[in-house]
Design a protein around this ligand. Structure first.
Ligand SMILES: NC(=O)c1ccc[n+]([C@@H]2O[C@H](COP(=O)([O-])OP(=O)(O)OC[C@H]3O[C@@H](n4cnc5c(N)ncnc54)[C@H](O)[C@@H]3O)[C@@H](O)[C@H]2O)c1
Length: 370
């Protein structure tokens, strides 16, 4: 996989205690990488990071990415071959309650890593994670391409658009030489589902929290359509991007969308119905309750066009909607209903299933290239 490019390589992974970060850390460890995580704490209780015992399997660094001195010192001491920057305030609703925190974390996190690498003059591959929310959402029916205008109707979207602009500015001003030591790209994905997410205000964790105490989940927008994808899809995209950045300087400075196939859009209700097939309900219990008053404005459809990732990275999503929902539902059932039996092994089995399916379906990253 990934041409073995991560084996024995030193990785700085920010946001390693979060949902995506824990899956990415797990995969990097499987690939034989030396993983150093930097996060400001463990964001949820429970947390996938703790369930998997990652604290003792990787190098766990605590610190705030808004502290430039700390970020620079960490990069200087580690001299990483690759940086995957995932640390962020990642919830739209929280960004409305605490906009400045969101802006400083999401913008300065990017700027501090870029500036640390620039000041230290280190060779490094940098995969900078933003979001599909970086686009100016005009509710268009066709997918956004990387050339579409950046925007952001809420502080979260604005922070991710701003992060994209900052990366582009550093790339063009300091890292533009193809023979230069720094290769960098941004990755835009959205709406991931998968086992081990407990963030507040995301539909799957909210739903599982309710079901786990025998309550119906309250739905604000049951018919809103979202391009759901399993967390391992964008994570495979980040790893593929890092692999090709290291090998092909010409993709440095580019942005890439990582989303599901266009025919994978489903409503919130479709998703929860698919999840409910993997959950054992007590007889007569109610699964959903529709609420009439939306709490805050949410975009109704935001779809990504991923042709560029397919053309330049030979990356494509692997799983269909039902498969992604099944992996997600099974994981939570294992946690809440099967006595948390051997979750690290169960999680690895899901990763191996994903890799095996990708191999059978011809995903380029699953095969070594010369
Ligand atoms: N989960 C999604 O559906 C989704 C969709 C699109 C984009 N993203 C982006 O992907 C990345 C990872 O998302 P996630 O779902 O794993 O998020 P998460 O909320 O589960 O984890 C966030 C991580 O960032 C760390 N962090 C937060 N503020 C920090 C700070 N000031 N200093 C250091 N660390 C800090 C947290 O400790 C945690 O490790 C984020 O950049 C997010 O915006 C996520």
């Amino acid at each position: 996989m990934f041409n073995d490019c991560y084996k024995n390589k030193r990785i700085l992974l920010t946001g390693h205690t979060g949902f995506k970060g824990s899956w990415l850390a797990t995969w990097l460890l499987e690939l034989g990488a030396e993983v150093h995580g930097l996060s400001d704490g463990v964001p949820t209780q429970p947390a996938l990071f703790e369930v998997l015992g990652l604290g003792s399997r990787l190098h766990h660094h605590l610190g705030d990415v808004r502290d430039f001195g700390l970020v620079k010192k960490t990069v200087e001491e580690l001299r990483p071959d690759f940086i995957f920057h995932l640390a962020a305030q990642s919830i739209v609703k929280t960004s409305l309650q605490n906009p400045l925190d969101t802006l400083t974390t999401n913008l300065l996190g990017h700027a501090h890593l870029l500036e640390a690498v620039r000041q230290l003059g280190l060779p490094c591959v940098m995969v900078m994670v933003t979001s599909d929310k970086c686009y100016d959402n005009r509710e268009q029916p066709h997918g956004y391409t990387e050339a579409d205008p950046l925007g952001g109707d809420d502080p979260y979207g604005a922070s991710k658009a701003a992060a994209e602009i900052v990366v582009r500015a550093w790339q063009r001003s300091f890292f533009a030489s193809q023979n230069g030591p720094v290769r960098i790209a941004t990755a835009r994905a959205g709406n991931v589902i998968g086992g081990g997410d407990w963030a507040e205000g995301r539909i799957v964790p909210d739903c599982i929290r309710a079901w786990s105490v025998g309550e119906a989940v309250r739905l604000r927008m049951p018919h809103a359509t979202r391009p759901w994808q399993h967390v391992l899809e964008p994570v495979s995209g980040y790893l593929r991007l890092g692999q090709l950045l290291a090998a092909q300087p010409e993709i440095s400075g580019e942005a890439f969308n990582f989303g599901p196939a266009a025919n994978q859009n489903r409503t919130v209700l479709d998703l929860l119905t698919a999840l409910s097939r993997h959950w054992h309900f007590a007889e007569g219990s109610e699964k959903f309750k529709v609420e009439n008053s939306p709490v805050f404005k949410e975009a109704t459809l935001l779809q990504l066009n991923c042709e560029k990732a397919e053309r330049r990275l030979q990356w494509k999503p692997v799983l269909g909607f039902e498969e992604a929902a099944a992996l997600t539902g099974d994981w939570y059932a294992q946690f809440y209903q099967n006595g948390k039996a051997n979750l690290p092994e169960f999680t690895l089995a899901q990763l191996r299933f994903f890799v095996k399916t990708a191999t059978e379906r011809g995903a380029a990253w699953a095969f070594d290239e010369n």
